[in-house]
Design a protein around this ligand. Structure first.
Ligand code: PLP
Length: 266
């Protein structure tokens, strides 16, 4: 663990653990011949599935929101180069992606045996993959923090946490109150129960998904951290610490789930 030193933390100690959540979320989702998922044109999850498909010899299909734009952006060009088949849904159809009717259409086109992963890859198998992370972190800490997009990362970290520790997620979307139900639903789907060791901070979205502010930009540049997820979490931790929300002496681990060079804007 690498310590993150900032005077604004006051009597709280913050440590960074660099751990990409995408491969963990995919780990138990890859036991299929053909896997399909959904995402925006810059989706990290689409790229991660394409890469895993290439490595494991799995056929992958990316259903992309919106129209096709040629030439492909670097994110989709990379997915295509990994062998992913790209297909597009207009925004109205994309909103219906998780309905039974759309599922039936997709199965008709891509075969009955296609495994369909939700947008962002958060499902029961993803939660089980993420739950392995806390056990791999050595060192003493009280609170573990992660960014929250679709909730699978937080659901798994909470499930894998040792007694007495708690997990705090930072929502990167605005108006993300629904995520609490979603995290609980994912835990139930994965383990048939929920945990009460987690909470979600809804105050540090900096305007919403892929939105930013000049201060956050500066913060991300100075600390060389990925801006859409990681910077919001770290700025959120520092803000809460400055407001005395953590007891003096609290040891916090922040999971750095992405790198600055990763194109993540939707
Ligand atoms: C870098 C990064 N961090 C965190 C998350 C959030 O994970 P989740 O959707 O499981 O909440 C994502 C989601 O894609 C991500 O790309």
């Amino acid at each position: 663990m690498q310590e993150f030193v900032d005077p604004a933390l006051g009597p709280v100690r913050l440590f960074l653990v660099h751990d990409d959540n995408k491969p963990r979320k995919l780990k138990y989702n890859l036991g299929h011949r053909r896997v399909l998922t959904f995402g925006g044109a810059y989706s990290n999850h689409i790229r991660a599935l394409a890469e895993a498909g290439r490595e494991r010899g799995i056929e992958t299909i990316g259903v992309i929101r919106g129209e096709e734009h040629l030439p492909l952006n670097p994110s989709l060009a990379y997915a295509a180069a990994c062998g992913m088949t790209l297909t597009y849904l207009d925004r109205a159809a994309y909103r219906l992606k998780h309905t039974p009717e759309m599922r039936a259409r997709l199965r008709e086109r891509w075969g009955d045996d296609v495994a369909i992963l939700p947008e962002g890859g958060s499902n029961a198998a993803a939660v089980r993959g993420m739950a392995e992370l806390p056990g791999e972190i050595g060192g003493d800490y009280d609170v573990i923090c992660c960014p929250v997009g679709t909730g699978g990362t937080l659901a798994g970290i909470s499930a894998g946490l040792a007694e007495g520790r708690r997990a705090l997620g930072f929502a990167v979307l605005k108006g993300a109150g629904f995520l609490a139900d979603e995290v609980a639903r994912l835990q139930r789907e994965a383990y048939g129960r929920t945990w009460h060791n987690w909470s979600i901070d809804l105050e540090h979205h900096f305007g919403g998904y892929a939105r930013t502010t000049p201060e956050l930009r500066r913060f991300a540049a100075v600390h060389r951290v990925e801006e859409i997820y990681v910077a919001k979490m770290l700025a959120g931790i520092i803000d809460l610490a400055g407001r005395g929300e953590f007891a003096p002496g609290t040891r916090i681990v922040a999971v750095v789930t992405g790198q600055p060079s990763t194109p993540v804007a939707e």
